[in-house]
Design a protein around this ligand. Structure first.
Ligand code: ADP
Ligand code: ZN
Length: 528
């Protein structure tokens, strides 16, 4: 076994070079490490693969005492402990998979001050007398990995994470570092509040993945579209995400029949079959995995050249995570997705028919709206995607379908002005459905009751059909010109966007992509 790293204080740069063998910090790592070494708490938002682990592993070695790392997945804990031990760091894990002997041994090492890091599942941390036993030890810090699990708005809620607020109360003097790759402002606020990190700093690394090209296509004949995509990527490693096991099996057979080295991956397959698929994908190049979202956690293959979605992902966060598996090596990679058809109504129905509580259903609908804002975006996909994570990309990216094929957008300024007037004239108190009724001059009980047929905006929007108006409103929300109030059933109000006034005054243009108009289906006499 290599010589254990001495507990004597070493500088962060020394630890980076001598223990981990890296030449330089990446992104905000150095600032984070120094902040924690000095005893500060923080929330770190960094994309997957950005290098979150070093943010707590280096302070663990620079500060006296043991660092406690809370992590939700046993497999990931084991990987980390294994990697650390190979680097000569004294690390261990405590979780339900440990034998009583292993557990007793780890506690013995902890009491003897012979562990730099200990990884714990949240269940284990909160069970029995673990907290009392930890309180008796000198602790370097707490790291809370996958901190978005504390958020109900996030995509991976775990109730036991809520109880981690106990750390702030029981260990006020120990720095706490929460880490996540989910950075939308709402999840961020929830993490700060629930883990009582309001006093700490927030470090936000850029979520942009400039080498990934985003290409979205209208759904037509998915099977043919996918085969065309693959034909451009013969011999490349890639992932195809589909919604259901049946669809995974079907697409996988199609690809195999067309001569591709395709393997299926979903939770319905035998564990051994799944590991074999994963192993082949990792080891060989040119393997295409057709998978449900069960495929992903802990995949760190650098040369995935494309990620294709033949069905809509669950949310924009999920889309970002799934497409983020492409191009880890920094070389050009493709995120490709088909959308449209009956996708959205079907997803809406899934949500409505689920057993979730009303509040949760509203959250899910809100996530779907954000996703649709992306699929129906008109400016630049990357700008919409990053703005969802609270980041502003000042210029269009030049590497997405909308930047590369801009001709599909139309000048919608006039309609946008009508939409904004409708919001204003009705007092910013109504959701898109009612506003569209007003613009189309619909005769509904609600309109009559409110007297909205008297308004100047009533019936002025007949140039667009209902679907186009809905799309227009979603895009205005996606662009931040309008804001949906989730407390008030999606009532639309004005955002704080500098473009609003010039737009209303007719001084600037707004280009949007609108779905094709649906012709009214009328029965025509004489035609059978
Ligand atoms: P995350 O937890 O944010 O997904 P990891 O901590 O697993 O990311 O790091 C991703 C990869 O980047 C790992 O292989 C890690 O060794 C590497 N890495 C992290 N920081 C650096 C650095 N400063 N220099 C070089 N490689 C780094
Ligand atoms: Zn772009």
């Amino acid at each position: 076994m290599p010589e254990p790293v001495a507990a004597s204080p070493a500088s962060p740069g020394q630890v980076l070079r001598e223990v981990f063998g890296y030449g330089a910090f990446r992104g905000p790592q150095q600032e984070i490490v120094e902040h924690v070494v000095a005893g500060g708490s923080a929330l770190v938002l960094m994309p997957t693969g950005g290098g979150k682990s070093l943010c707590y592993q280096i302070p663990a070695l620079c500060r006296a005492g043991t660092a406690v790392v809370i992590s939700p997945l046993i497999a990931l804990m084991q990987d980390q402990v294994e990697g650390l031990r190979q680097a000569g760091v004294r690390a261990a894990a405590l979780h339900s998979g440990c034998s009583p002997e292993e557990t007793a041994n780890t506690w013995r090492l902890l009491r003897a001050g012979q562990l730099d890091l200990v990884y714990l599942s949240p269940e284990r941390l909160l069970a029995g007398d673990t907290l009392e036993r930890l309180a008796a030890l000198p602790l370097a810090l707490f790291a809370i990995d996958e901190a978005h699990c504390v958020s109900q708005w996030g995509h991976d809620f775990r109730p036991e994470y809520l109880q981690l607020s106990v750390l702030a109360q029981r260990f006020p003097a120990v720095p706490r570092l929460a880490l996540t790759a989910t950075a939308d402002p709402r999840t961020r606020d929830e993490i700060l509040a629930r883990l009582q990190l309001e006093q700490g700093r927030v470090f936000l690394a850029s979520f942009d993945r400039p080498n990934i090209r985003y290409l979205l296509r209208d759904k037509d004949d998915v099977r043919r579209q996918l085969l065309e995509l693959l034909a451009d990527h013969r011999g490349a490693s890639g992932i195809v995400y589909a919604r259901s096991r049946n669809r995974v099996d079907g697409f996988c057979r199609d690809l195999q029949a067309a001569g591709y080295d395709a393997v299926a991956y979903h939770a319905g397959l035998d564990g051994a079959v799944r590991s074999a698929a994963l192993e082949r994908f990792r080891r060989d190049s040119g393997v295409v995995v057709v998978a449900t979202i069960a495929f992903g956690m802990g995949i760190d293959k650098p040369d995935v050249r494309f990620v294709a979605h033949v069905d809509l992902p669950k949310s924009l966060e999920a889309y970002y995570q799934e497409t983020g598996r492409a191009g880890r090596d920094g070389l050009p990679a493709l995120a490709w997705m088909v959308h449209g058809g009956g996708d959205v109504p079907q997803l809406r129905r899934f949500i409505d028919d689920s057993d979730a509580e009303q509040q949760q259903k509203r959250v899910e609908h809100g996530k779907l709206d954000a996703l649709i804002g992306f699929t129906e975006a008109s400016g630049c996909r990357r700008q919409v995607l990053l703005s969802h994570f609270g980041e502003t990309l000042p210029e269009p990216c030049g590497n997405c379908d909308l930047c590369l094929e801009p001709d599909t957008a139309v000048d919608a300024t006039e309609s946008v002005r009508k939409a904004l007037s409708a919001v204003y004239r009705t007092g910013s108190r109504f959701g898109a459905a009612h506003l569209v009724d007003v613009l189309l001059g619909a005769d509904t009980a609600r309109i009559r009751e409110l007297g909205h047929q008297q308004l100047g905006v009533y019936g002025i929007g007949k140039e667009l059909d209902r679907g186009q108006w809905r799309s227009l409103f979603r895009q205005l929300v996606a662009q931040g010109l309008l804001q949906a109030d989730s407390e008030r059933y999606g009532a639309l109000g004005f955002g704080e966007d500098g473009r609003l006034k010039p737009l209303l005054r007719g001084e600037t243009q707004l280009l949007l992509r609108l779905p094709p108009a649906k012709r009214e289906r009328r029965r025509q006499p004489g035609v059978s």
